[in-house]
Design a protein around this ligand. Sequence first.
Ligand code: C2E
Ligand code: CA
Ligand code: CA
Length: 709
Amino acid sequence: MIYTDKRRQTPLALIVDDDASLRMVMVAALKKFGLDAIEADSGSSGIEVFKSENPDIVLLDVVMPEMDGFEVCKLIRQSPGGTYTQILMVTGLEDTESTKKAFDVGANGFVTKPLSLVMLGYRVQYMLRAGHAFRELDISKRRLAKTQELARIGNWQVDLRSSEFYCSPEALSLLELSSTDNYMVLDAFIRSILDQDKRRVKNALGKALQTKKGTTLEYQIRDIEGSQRYILNKSEIVFDAQAQPILMLGIVQDISPLKKAEKEIRFLAFYDGLTGLANRMLFMDRLDQAIVSAKRNKKYFALLFLDLDNFKQINDTLGHHIGDLLLKKVAESITKSIRRSDSATRLVKEGEPDSLIARLGGDEFTILVTDLKDPEYAALIAERLIKVIPVVYDLAGNDVSITTSIGISVFPTDGNKADTLLKNADTAMYHAKKGGKNTYQFFMDSMNKAALERFSMDRDIKKALQNNEFVLYYQPQVNLSDRKIVGAEALIRWHHPLRGMIPPDKFIPIAEESGIIIEINRWVFLTACQQAKQWFKQGLCPIRMAINLSGYKLASQKIIETIETVLQQTKFAAQNIEIEITENVLMQDTKATVSTLSKIKDLELKIALDDFGTGYSSLSYLTSFPVDTIKIDRSFVMDCTSKSNNLVIIKAIIAMGHSLGKKIVAEGIETEEQYHLMKDLGCDECQGYYFSRPVPPDEFIKLLTRGSF
Ligand code: C2E
Ligand code: CA
Ligand code: CA
């Protein structure tokens, strides 16, 4: 307890002595020095008077009948208000034993009889002053300790000369350290700090001690129960009279409640209380950020605007409570659907799409999907939502289902400001509602068409495989020196029943994204090998068959199994098969790719690097992967006769390739001039319209029969 004295105007002294004359003399002496004085003639009455009057100083005779001064002193110290009272022992005894005893029982001073009354007056005055100062100091120390305890503040200090660390009990308890740690070293001081913060705090404190400068640190510790608390640790340097740093004084404070409040405030400000999703404010903020980042990186992103169909009706008939539950469930469905990692994540570049889901208010939700590979792919996300949201939710015993209408706006096509994008997505959503609800609409009509085309094509490709709508055309590969046909490149064509012939560039990328490319590759492989085997059986001169393997995740395509099965089925010689891959295949999962390619080589197939010169054209690929052939991309050959730059590149590729022992094939030879140039430059083989376009099998037979050009 903090003891505060009701201060008197005049200090009061209590004189306890069994000698009446001595008391009288002392009273007179003290009065001269401006004190009031009261008397007691025995130890027990002295204690009583002390309790009732609470004097500022007690002059206490040591030798008294019944109870001696030592006993009285002890009892006064123990009684209420006895802590700060100055006690002066008065005795005739002058031996060290009783002096020691007097201090042991709590006396502040000692005088011996006979008394010099003037000296006694000064002595008493001095003691009162010292006592007052002591009391003030002690009270303020206690007050500080109490305040610190209440504020959950502890203090610590380091003696900068001896490096001795001291921690107050409150600091120890705050930092989850034991009381034996009162004196400690830096490591003990930071023991309870979470690993993530430890190094930072240790470095900062170490540096502060070294440079003798104060610091302010915030970090987390784990308490005994395992929960985490936030600590603020502030320190300052204390200098001595010579301005030398002597101490580092610090306080530690538990700021967890502050942090919690901060978090709550932030949550209230940026999140929707019902669903826990972002609110409009946060969404608009992120939308602004997305615009800045997309502008900088020249990227697309899409904004999906969802509005539940007939929500008002449910709310009105089943009540707000059910309405709220439904909104929560829908929010969960949206979150799950957006975060789910399946085929749709392939639509965005690497890993998961960067998305933010928000509830704008009422039954309106928005989703920001950044880093889209193609803007139309936002439609896939919308399709998925339209599929998952209408599940039947059990809401407090009611089976409720709801559909949603989605509008999509795309940056930058549909606006380059947050407001515009939101407004346009809203407009698109309105069209989706008008279009019969439970559907999605892009803001731009052209985008609707593009998305439709993509997705209907995706479905069509699956059907095309079943309906045998694919065919292979073959383009001869010609030896440059003697113009003999040495190989054929199989090139896929799609005879679409309604749309006619669709070139591979139009559907291969879609097939790659949906994963159906695996089946297409298998079909191409089998068909090309069967075809080659058949020509061989027909007695046509044996040729090499080049087959394009699409790049998408080559390693995970079970390509080895496919090759083995086809080889077994067709009995076509593996040495006569050349796989064409592009550089981006090599750039994917290198380790798995090397292993796949090595297995292909083990099966004795050949490998060609297609479209060389358009990608990274890295020499390291040629040395670290088992490649037999380099196919110089058509674009270099095309204007090699007019662009000297192209010529330099072709020369470099040929020199490099030959030095590594690779065969060089020039693609896209269209003129005689190009043919001669490639021949002169030292290419080994070539293909192109100059000799023949890719042709269907029956036409290719004619070329084979001729054997050369
Ligand atoms: P690619 O592998 O570079 O195939 C060569 C392309 O160049 C073929 O186009 C071919 O018709 C064309 N071409 C050949 N000579 C000339 C010429 O002198 N001038 C011009 N302008 N073009 C010439 P195509 O058949 O349209 O194939 C395009 C791409 O589609 C192929 O490029 C290949 O990447 C892919 N592809 C074709 N068939 C398949 C296949 O069966 N499977 C896979 N995964 N991809 C294929
Ligand atoms: Ca090719
Ligand atoms: Ca090519």
